[in-house]
Structure formats: structure tokens, C-alpha cells
Design a protein around this ligand. Sequence first.
Ligand code: 5GP
Ligand code: ZN
Length: 113
Amino acid sequence: MSDCLFCRIIAGEIPSSKVYEDERCFAFRDINPQAPTHILVVPKEHIASCADVTADNAALVAHIFTVIPQIAAAEGLTGGYRVVSNAGPDAGQTVPHLHFHILGGRRMDDRMA
Ligand code: 5GP
Ligand code: ZN
């Protein structure tokens, strides 16, 4: 997906502040952070959103959810953190490549949005 922003970031064609990488996923700091720690975790395989998770790619998502607590620990988020994935326009998804926001370092609002 040469026209996908996050595929281009994963490929190194667009610079990013990388915090983690393995053979299946990539994590980098959000360019417009909404919390003191705001990291995006993305699969290297292009999946459009969490609405496109299927039995065939669910193991990749499960892998990402084993990486998220490692990143949170490395970032020192001992007080907790929030994981968000927006799917589609009503959720405000702006980049159509599956990503999980890790938000931490401040008290999150009680509301979910
Ligand atoms: P969404 O709104 O799709 O859930 O999240 C997309 C996120 O990507 C936003 O929080 C936005 O700030 C971030 N973002 C957009 N373009 C770039 C970029 O070029 N580099 C980085 N690091 N983050 C980006
Ligand atoms: Zn992509």
C-alpha cells in the first residue's frame, strides 16, 4: 500500500519517532499527542481498521496486545493507560491503517470520547 501513510512510515519512507519494532508490528509517537504519552501501534501488514479483523489476521492483533503492555512498561505508565482504536468516519478514524492508540501519563476523562 504505497499510498498509505502508515505503510510508508513502517517502510521508513516517512520519518517517525519509533519506540518499538518487531517482525509483525511497529510503534511510534503520535505527531499530535493527546496525552503526555501517545503512541500508535500498527501491524506491518496493511489492515484497514479493527472492523477488518478476521479469523485469518486475529493472531496479529493478539500479538499487538502482548506488545502494548511491554511498551506501556517501557514508558513507565505505572498508573495505567488507555488503548483506543477508531474504526470508520463516525469514530473519527483519519488514517485507514489499523492502529491502536496508547494514551497515558495523565488522568483520562471518565467519558469514553
Ligand atoms: P485516528 O484519528 O485515525 O484514530 O488516528 C490517526 C492518528 O495518526 C492521529 O492521532 C494523528 O495525530 C496521527 N498521525 C497522522 N499523521 C501522522 C504522521 O505523519 N506521523 C505520526 N507520527 N502520526 C500521525
Ligand atoms: Zn497501510
